[in-house]
Design a protein around this ligand. Structure first.
Ligand code: ZN
Length: 218
């Protein structure tokens, strides 16, 4: 069993045989349900792209816990320059780190360094897709056909990413069984309504709407 906790914005904790954080933007995140000070253990910290609301506290958490950073090459190089253990990769590649398998997939978005990506992580027999920040792209059909994610984290906040309508179309492409909307409600400029997203997804997938700090068991 895997326990998934939404920490607010795009930050998630995945607790299974390993402890994994993805995009841990906590400091400066008004909706963060935890802080780097409260995080005691982590095995892997995955970063989808070099934007402050995704890279967030990744390096601080890795430094404190000894976790390995898994990220786009340019982000990994920055982490290594700070003395952190990091696995660099790029879109299309797969990395094994501390028992976690990370596949990097396409995202249509920008980044301070390198480019933006999404990730499919495999742990304890489950496949979880974290889309990072992205617009709707036909390439999501490949993610559905090739990976068949058990659960997906999809941005719905609009303006910088998909909004509820395009995110619902993405769910159709990804063929995911369960979806947790992310990247909304953090700031007024990304104030999308998750209920609108749920309505648009309809029967395509189970939409799990969490409050920051709430968990879901898969
Ligand atoms: Zn971004």
């Amino acid at each position: 069993m895997i326990e998934i906790t939404w920490l607010g914005h795009s930050a998630v904790k995945i607790q299974g045989s390993k402890t994994v954080y993805i995009d841990p933007f906590l400091t400066g995140n008004p909706k963060a349900s935890t802080s780097p000070e409260k995080i005691k253990t982590a095995d892997v910290v995955v970063v989808t792209h070099h934007h402050s609301d995704h890279l967030g506290d990744a390096f601080a958490i890795a430094k404190k816990t000894g976790a390995v950073i898994v990220a786009m090459h340019e982000v990994a190089v920055e982490a290594q320059a700070l003395g952190l253990e990091a696995e660099g990769m790029n879109i299309g590649g797969t990395v094994e780190a501390r028992g976690l398998t990370v596949h990097m997939v396409i995202a249509t978005h920008s980044a301070e360094k390198g480019c933006a990506a999404g990730v499919v992580v495999e742990m304890d027999g489950k496949k979880l897709y974290h889309a990072g920040d992205t617009g709707l792209t036909y390439d999501m059909k490949i993610i559905g056909e090739f990976f068949h994610p058990d659960l997906s984290f999809i941005p719905i906040g609009d303006r910088y990413t998909m909004g509820p309508a395009s995110a619902a179309k993405a769910v159709e492409y990804i063929q995911t069984k369960k979806v947790i909307p992310i990247h909304y409600g953090t700031f007024p400029i990304v104030a999308s309504d998750p209920q609108e997203f749920k309505k648009k997804v309809g029967t395509l997938a189970e939409v799990i709407i969490l409050k920051p700090g709430e968990s879901y068991r898969l």
